[in-house]
Write a protein that binds this ligand. Structure first.
Ligand SMILES: *Cc1c(COP(=O)(O)O)cnc(C)c1O
Length: 462
């Protein structure tokens, strides 16, 4: 299987090269030339496998050039770090199935992809006798999941910028208590936007970038999406067995459109998904897109579900390529216009295609709190605010009769302030967070200036 760019400007490349390239060299996103379609019998056989075996079978379809025993070993090691024997268990609460994606080392679903990507990078760097310095800015979840994915990896250093004093205490500690020699936490005297701007500026210095083999770990790497397809199959198998229904609905708390796009890929592969619910908070550009064909930028609003406080969804371009039937020139010109106007509109057949795959609902602060409270009262189960957005959007848009599977993207203990407001108590901390305040920390305070940060990287890069 070979990979092409949504903007049509690169020659087709195999999986390993696609992973190393990250963002396509022409500025587009990488996609497989065709999405593999599975027969009904194959899907039924796959869906009952244990998680690591299922992951091996699904990822194999997309990563044909990685030798099988190596791929198997990478996958087994990636999911051995999870604290639950099922990796992503499905629990039934009332009428709703909750797919728990928070049993990884940092208690959020990004671990499912980043544990795998970290091992894959290590393998590829070693195979190519290279080295890699990863640079990224975070407002919370991505940074800690990336750090846990890369800690202790050979020939890779990771530099993560976070805004000093502006991430939640737990999120900060999850990053700074990783004291491996290859991990560099930089607390920037500034905002998250300063961090992002500086990272962009540094990547824009092509000479500096190539001198230090800089790489990024953001949500557009194809390997992350592939790893996320797996749990849609896993959950479908468990729910199908219990309910004997074939068609299900998934509700997905959405920010960068990565997680729900992985669900869309599973649907295209043949998994019987009636609908994917795009659950958004007050930052509802994707809801306006699905319901009104209106993809237009507004200001980012701070909400109770900060990992979804996003306007431009970085994976959206991949879906756009499919809506435009693979017309890369049209993707390119539409995105050029979007940069000027901040809006794309859809009509007619495009609207119909979108409505076949997705429905959507935006959930505000009050509803999020009410959902955490009501769900706890009815089921004795605590939802984190991101998951609560998904549960609310799912129940609002789904008729009874079709099983509803809601993706639980974070453990409630990571967002205890919102949970406390809803139910008046703190969620119990899982073992990985107990006593985290007393662990040694390693972090470097630094000014929000690209030059200072480049100097730091130059001194500490491999
Ligand atoms: C990143 C994140 C999301 C959003 O996922 P996308 O792939 O960006 O759509 C939702 N919930 C949590 C807890 C996250 O960390």
């Amino acid at each position: 299987m070979l990979y092409i760019s949504t903007r049509g400007g690169i020659d087709a490349i195999p999986f390993e090269d696609a992973v190393m390239m990250g963002l396509a060299d022409d500025g587009g996103l990488l996609l497989p030339e065709t999405i593999p379609a599975l027969a009904v019998k194959e899907i039924d056989d796959l869906a009952f496998l244990p998680y690591p075996e299922l992951a091996f079978r699904i990822i194999s379809l997309f990563a044909e050039d990685v030798p099988r025993p190596i791929l198997k070993d990478l996958i087994d090691r990636s999911y051995a770090t999870f604290s639950h024997p099922e990796i992503t268990p499905v629990v039934k609460k009332g009428d709703i199935y909750i797919l728990e994606l928070f049993h990884g080392p940092t208690l959020a679903f990004k671990d499912l992809a980043l544990q795998f990507l970290g091992n894959l990078f290590e393998y590829l760097v070693e195979k190519r006798h290279g080295r890699m310095n990863i640079l990224g800015a975070t407002s919370g979840d991505t940074g800690s999941a990336a750090i846990y994915g890369l800690r202790g990896k050979k020939n890779i250093n990771i530099f993560i910028l976070h805004p000093h004093g502006k991430v939640s205490p737990i999120q900060q500690l999850q990053m700074t208590t990783v004291t491996d020699a290859n991990v560099f936490n930089l607390a920037v005297r500034g905002t998250f936007d300063d961090g992002q701007r500086i990272v962009k500026e540094i990547f824009g210095d092509l000479d500096f970038k190539s001198r230090h083999s800089l790489a990024s770990i953001n949500s557009i790497n194809w390997a992350r999406l592939v790893a996320q397809i797996v749990y849609y199959f896993y959950a479908w198998g468990r729910v199908h067995r219990e309910s004997s229904c074939r068609e299900v609905v998934f509700s997905v708390p959405t920010g960068n459109f990565g997680d729900v796009f992985a669900g869309w890929l599973a649907k295209k592969m043949g998994l019987p998904i009636a609908k994917l619910v795009i659950a958004t908070n007050e930052n509802n550009i994707l809801t306006r897109f699905v319901l009104h064909g209106d993809y237009s930028l507004e200001k980012v609003i701070e909400t109770l579900s900060p990992s979804m406080d996003i306007q431009v969804a970085s994976n959206f371009e991949r879906y756009l390529y499919f809506i435009y039937h693979g017309d890369a020139a049209r993707v390119r010109s539409t995105l050029e216009d979007f940069r000027k106007t901040g809006a794309i509109s859809f009509a007619g057949d495009e609207r119909r295609t979108i409505a076949e795959d997705f429905t959507s609902c935006s959930v505000d602060r009050e509803e999020t709190i009410a959902t955490i409270r009501d769900f706890h009262r009815q089921n004795g189960y605590l939802l984190d605010p991101h998951t609560a957005v998904g549960v609310r959007a799912g129940t609002r848009t789904t008729a009874p009769g079709v099983p509803l599977i809601c993706l639980a993207t974070a453990h409630p203990a990571k967002f205890s302030a919102a949970v406390r407001r809803a139910v008046g108590l703190d969620p119990e901390r899982p073992p990985s967070l107990r006593g985290i305040e007393n662990r040694p920390e390693r972090c470097h305070l630094i000014d929000a200036e690209a030059e200072k940060i480049k100097e730091f990287i130059a001194q500490n890069a491999l």
